[in-house]
Write a protein that binds this ligand. Structure first.
Ligand code: SF4
Length: 331
């Protein structure tokens, strides 16, 4: 009898694939002991669900941080801020460098290209960059930038972007100067104009409550995110969040599994960041190899710092039984 899991948890997991789970049930799953039979059963359920619905496709979307600057918005978890004091000058990676990174990833089998800019980067320059890259690449383009209007959403489409990454971050309005409502309005803009909305529950730290996490998981479901997994906060040296510590990859895998069950049949993929194996056996199938600036690094080009490249991401896919060579489900 010792092998049985608690009936209440068995009930939630059994019905999850057909009927979904409630907010209360999601919170219950997050609160379970990490190294319990119930948590392993949760991860197995989410993993099985993803393998059934994503057809064993392992996705890799290259993420390029186009510029860095001492960002005046000073989000407390970000290494690119003025307050962090790590970067003192503006750097913009030049077009040829961005193209070379993109071509390399495309040749290695990447499925998409996310272009990230800091909070005050000129929107027009992002449009120009997208249009130029569009001429030379077959990779679908995803923008990751500030809040936008409907007119700006149309401009992204005209420039060749097919999607946009945008998250209401954990602690939005508390650890950032931005308003949650405005972030959600931008997500509605994507849905209105026909840009695919990409999301992640991020950046997770040990101090976030199950209620906060579950609220953002359900936001992703309600607004039909193309994908919405989990990214943990990485504390850069001297980060004001260092006092809270960081969650482990295994804790992240538990949250990846809960968010997978919350998302149900809505998403086309399920992401985790930074790349690691545990979440790939708990419902995730999408990695972001990285180049250029990163809000988690103290190196200007994270490709020379903490980032994993596409070949390493593909290796992690193979190690966990996903096939990065299959066609993408996201675009
Ligand atoms: S997360 Fe973005 S907006 Fe916030 S400080 Fe970093 S670069 Fe600026």
């Amino acid at each position: 009898m010792g092998w049985h899991i608690k009936p209440k948890i068995a009930y939630i997991l059994d019905k999850s694939l057909d009927d979904g789970i409630s907010r209360e049930e999601a919170e219950t799953l997050i609160r379970m002991d990490l190294h319990s039979k119930e948590t392993y059963a949760l991860m197995e359920t989410a993993d099985r669900f993803s393998r059934q619905t994503f057809g064993l496709k392992g996705e890799n979307h290259l993420h390029i941080g186009v510029n860095l600057e001492p960002c005046p918005l000073n989000c407390r978890f970000c290494s690119l801020t003025k307050e962090a004091g790590i970067f003192t000058e503006k750097i913009e990676f030049d077009y040829q460098q961005i193209l070379a990174w993109s071509m390399e990833a495309q040749a290695a089998g990447a499925d998409g290209l996310n272009l990230m800019t800091t909070g005050t980067y000129p929107f027009k320059r992002l449009l120009e960059l997208g249009s130029r890259l569009k001429q030379e690449l077959t990779l679908p383009l995803v923008a990751n930038t500030r809040d936008i209007t409907h007119a700006e959403g149309e401009q992204l489409l005209e420039a060749g972007f097919v999607g946009a990454y945008h998250a209401v971050r954990l602690g939005e309005g508390r650890d950032t100067p931005l308003k949650k409502e405005k972030r959600i309005r931008t997500i509605q803009v994507f849905n209105d104009v026909g840009l695919k909305w990409m999301n992640c529950v991020e950046p997770v730290g040990p101090e976030h409550t199950p209620e906060e996490l579950v609220e953002l998981m359900f936001l992703a479901r309600e607004y039909h995110a193309t994908y919405s997994g989990v990214m943990r906060r990485v504390n850069f040296p001297g980060s004001p969040m260092e006092k809270y510590g960081m969650i482990t990859e295994f804790e992240m895998a538990r949250l990846v599994a809960v968010s997978r069950l919350v998302m149900g049949r809505v998403p086309k993929a399920h992401c985790t960041h930074e790349p690691h194996t545990a979440s790939m056996t708990a419902g995730a199938n999408l990695f972001f190899p990285e180049k250029g600036s990163s809000p988690r690094d103290d190196q200007a080009d994270t490709g020379k710092g903490r980032a994993r490249d596409i070949n390493e991401c593909r290796r992690l896919h193979w190690e966990t039984g996903w096939d990065p060579g299959l066609p993408s489900n996201c675009f």
